[in-house]
Design a binder for this molecule. Structure first.
Ligand code: 5GP
Ligand code: MG
Length: 186
C-alpha cells in the first residue's frame, strides 16, 4: 500500500490540528448562546466520511445522536463522479433536531445536492454541512458547505476514509496515488 503513494498532500498532524479546530467551531456554533435549544444529530455519509466523523465527534462535547446515510458516486475504479445514488439510510427521528451532515469531500456537489433535500423533508430544526476536503473546481464552489477542512487541487486523492476501489481508506494521510496503482501504465 505504501508503495502506491505518489505524494502526501496533507499529513497526519495537519489533519489532527484541523479536525480539532473544526470541532471547536462546530461545538461553539451548537452551544448556547449561539444555539439555545435542540440536540444535534451527526450524519456521516458512508463510507468515505466515517474516519473523519469518528475523529471529529470525539472533540465535540455535545449531546448527540448519530444517523447514517449511504451514497455511492464513485463506484469501483471510477475517477470521476458517476452521479450520486442513495443506497440506504438509518437516520432515526431527526424532527426538531439540528442535523450536521458530514462528508469526506465536496467534488461535483452531487452528493450534497442529493442528500440535503432528503434530510430537510424529515423536519429537522436545521441542516448544516461539513466536508473534510473541497476540490478547487467551479462545481464544488457552487454548493454551499458550512464547514470545510481543506481546499485541495482538483486531483484524485485517497486516504483518511477516501478510497480507490474501496482500498486505501485506512491510510492516515491524504495522498495521491501513482498511476500504476490505478491500473494505468505510467
Ligand atoms: P460529489 O458528489 O461532490 O461529486 O463527490 C462526493 C463523493 O465523491 C465523495 O464523498 C467521494 O466518495 C467521491 N469523491 C470525490 N472526489 C474524490 C477523490 O478525489 N477521491 C476519492 N477517493 N473519492 C472522491
Ligand atoms: Mg463519499
Amino acid at each position: 500500500m505504501q508503495a502506491d503513494i505518489d505524494r502526501v498532500l496533507i499529513s497526519r498532524s495537519q489533519i489532527a490540528d484541523r479536525v480539532r479546530e473544526l470541532a471547536e467551531r462546530i461545538t461553539a456554533d451548537h452551544s448556547p448562546p449561539a444555539m439555545m435549544d435542540g440536540e444535534i444529530t451527526i450524519v456521516p455519509i458512508l463510507t468515505g466520511a466515517v474516519i473523519f466523523c469518528a475523529d471529529l465527534i470525539r472533540h465535540m462535547p455535545l449531546a448527540m445522536k448519530i444517523g447514517l446515510i449511504t451514497v455511492s458516486s464513485y463506484p469501483g475504479t471510477a475517477l470521476r463522479s458517476q452521479g450520486a445514488q442513495l443506497l440506504g439510510r438509518q437516520l432515526g427521528d431527526i424532527r426538531g433536531r439540528h442535523v450536521l451532515l458530514v462528508d469526506d469531500i465536496l467534488d461535483s456537489g452531487g452528493t450534497l445536492r442529493l442528500v440535503t433535500p432528503i434530510l430537510r423533508q424529515l423536519g429537522p430544526a436545521s441542516v448544516k454541512t461539513c466536508v473534510f476536503l473541497r476540490k478547487d473546481r467551479p462545481a464544488a464552489r457552487e454548493v454551499h458547505a458550512d464547514y470545510v477542512g481543506f481546499d485541495i487541487p482538483d486531483q484524485f486523492v485517497v486516504g483518511y476514509g477516501l478510497d480507490y476501489d474501496d482500498y486505501y481508506r485506512n491510510l492516515p494521510e491524504i495522498v495521491t496515488l501513482r498511476p500504476a496503482a490505478m491500473g494505468k501504465s505510467s
